[in-house]
Design a binder for this molecule. Structure first.
Ligand SMILES: [Zn+2]
Length: 207
């Protein structure tokens, strides 16, 4: 049986690399590790972006959001960059999950979802994460979502409820309560303060 046949093309929606991801692959960019994994359809192998193996043809490259997705699609882990090393408890594993959280803040980041990404049990993930960062995965996710919310609030004039939806908090009341708990003010108050600071700076620049 050929290697290609063991890979069920129908089973996965192939993600073609974006320009940014493709640059990371070509440059073996280790900053991109943990945010995606790339698989080569002609070899049946998947790698981390930083892998030093020969750059594949872009047409033959598919991108996955986690090592488990690539494995499920029938790819084997590269022996050189060991993209499935996330399956062992280690600092690198938690670092990878942190990067994953930061680029997937708008998606499901429940403990169960994170455990699946990290190929771990929820309990083991919870404990390892807390030991390394001092925060539970859920506390960390909340903090990162609020950080993203502050960026969105200062960058746009979108209604507060929309900002909440953009950080995976569809209930406005829940979003406002969570924001206040983390930052000590409501999203609207936060935006007002930021706008006042920005206006002050512009005034100084004009004078
Ligand atoms: Zn590799």
């Amino acid at each position: 049986m050929s290697m290609m046949r063991s890979i069920s093309e129908e089973a996965v929606a192939w993600g073609a690399p974006t320009d940014e991801q493709w640059r990371a692959v070509c440059n073996c960019d280790n900053e991109a590790d943990g945010s995606f994994w790339y698989a080569v359809k002609t070899t049946g192998i998947f790698c981390r972006p930083s892998c030093k193996s020969r750059t594949p043809k872009r047409d033959h490259t598919a991108v996955f959001g986690s090592p488990s997705e690539a494995l499920k699609a029938g790819f084997r882990a590269c022996k050189r960059c060991q993209p499935d090393a996330a399956m062992q408890p280690s600092e690198a594993w938690i670092d990878g999950l942190i990067r994953y959280i930061r680029v997937h803040l708008q998606e499901d980041l429940s403990l169960a979802a994170l455990a699946e990404v990290g190929c771990s049990s929820p309990w083991h993930l919870h404990r390892s994460f807390k030991r390394q960062t001092g925060l539970t995965p859920q506390q960390f996710v909340r903090r990162e979502r609020m950080r993203l919310a502050t960026e969105l609030l200062s960058r746009s004039d979108a209604p507060v409820a929309d900002i909440g939806r953009q950080v995976a908090m569809p209930g406005a009341a829940h979003f406002i309560a969570m924001f206040r708990r983390e930052l000590g003010c409501t999203p609207a108050e936060y935006r007002k303060q930021i706008k006042a600071i920005q206006a002050g700076k512009e005034k100084i620049a004009d004078e």
